[in-house]
Design a protein around this ligand. Structure first.
Ligand code: NAD
Length: 313
């Protein structure tokens, strides 16, 4: 398959590398010049489960794609949420009338942006449990296993979605078709919508937060706001199950000592966060549906204030 990875940071590099290794024709598009230069000069270098791997992959700056002749079957979106619109603008001429566009970003409501550039019938939404990290421009760390759930957004797109599932699975990315992707997206949103913002504001790992007196009440309130908004979109959140999943993040023996990705973005790397597309999306949609979302609204404001205090970029 001819595949564009639009947003080739940590996750885009993982997907690009694995799809390339499975003999797909892959090009990467990104906006970070140092990363592009490093990949052009030295290849994409990965610490892949402890083995050092270098692959030669084509990569272009998103401002420089007008002359590329590449009739893509599939575009996989892996920008940060706040970069999505500008990436869609950059690549719009590369998205043909049969090109499928798969969004795997964390967060809620990205289809509202993508719909401005791609017909509904070509949009696929997904959710992934793979992880990845950037070590330096051109160098990524890819550890562990993961999976992908995806579904077509338009009514007639299941066959195309199944084809994409097959290509991803052939590349060992463990994809499966989902009959209700919105529910998985909202469920993952609950985990991100609690652990990410709260640990970032409190400057704590997940275990330390989980052991505070207020943890249960705060988490239950945030999850209830997500569930109320999800119900308006026919997405189903099993609240006790989601709360149990969140509590499993507090376990010191497994992942409790870990700082969530938003903490790493803002506190470690001084980068802006995706809060507007997690808790902020619930606050926006809550307003639209007449549902009060006081905790999601407040947490969104607090994270933005912290971004400003730290002069994040
Ligand atoms: P990323 O930050 O690694 O990459 C996103 C974009 O930011 C890329 O264009 C990248 O080149 C650019 N970028 C990265 N570091 C930069 C720097 N120092 N200076 C300038 N530009 C820089 O993001 P990601 O982790 O690949 O995440 C992409 C999407 O996938 C997000 O929505 C994220 O929430 C989601 N996601 C991430 C993971 C994970 O483990 N990383 C897991 C699941 C979902």
């Amino acid at each position: 398959m001819k595949i564009i990875i639009a947003g080739a940071g940590a996750m885009g590099s993982r997907f690009g590398l694995m799809l390339h290794q499975a003999n797909n024709e892959v090009i990467l598009i990104d906006g970070w010049q140092d990363h592009i230069d490093a990949i052009n000069n030295n290849g994409l270098q990965a610490n892949f489960d402890g083995e050092m791997v270098t692959e030669s992959l084509e990569i272009y700056h998103q401002d420089d794609v007008s002359s590329i002749d590449f009739n893509a079957d599939l575009v996989i979106l892996f920008t940060k949420a706040m970069q999505l619109d500008s990436m869609m603008q950059s690549i719009q001429n590369m998205v043909g009338k049969n090109t499928k566009v798969l969004c795997l970003l964390n967060g809620i409501g990205h289809e509202d942006v993508i719909k401005n550039y791609v017909p509904l019938s070509n949009i696929l939404l997904g959710n992934t449990m793979w992880t990845a990290g950037i070590e330096a421009p051109g160098k990524v760390k890819l550890f562990g296993n993961g999976s992908i759930d995806l579904q077509n957004l338009g009514a007639d797109g299941q066959e195309a979605a199944e084809e994409v599932v097959a290509v991803l699975s052939e590349a060992k990315l463990n994809a499966k078709y989902s009959a209700n992707i919105l529910s998985s997206i909202y469920r993952k949103g609950c985990v991100n919508g609690t652990m990410n913002g709260l640990c970032t504001i409190l400057d704590s790992n997940m275990a330390d937060f989980g052991e505070t007196d207020a943890a249960d009440q705060i988490v239950e309130q945030i999850v209830s706001e997500f569930a109320a908004v999800a119900a308006m979109e026919n997405a189903d959140i099993n609240v006790p199950e989601v709360l149990a999943q969140i509590k499993s993040c507090y376990n010191r023996e497994t992942i409790g000592l870990h700082h969530p990705s938003m903490y790493q973005d803002l506190i470690i790397n001084n980068r802006l966060t995706e809060i507007d597309y997690i808790n902020g999306a619930i606050a926006r949609k809550g307003k639209e549906y007449g549902i009060p979302t006081p905790y999601c609204s407040f947490l969104t404001k607090l994270v933005h204030a912290k971004e400003q205090v730290l002069a994040a970029v």
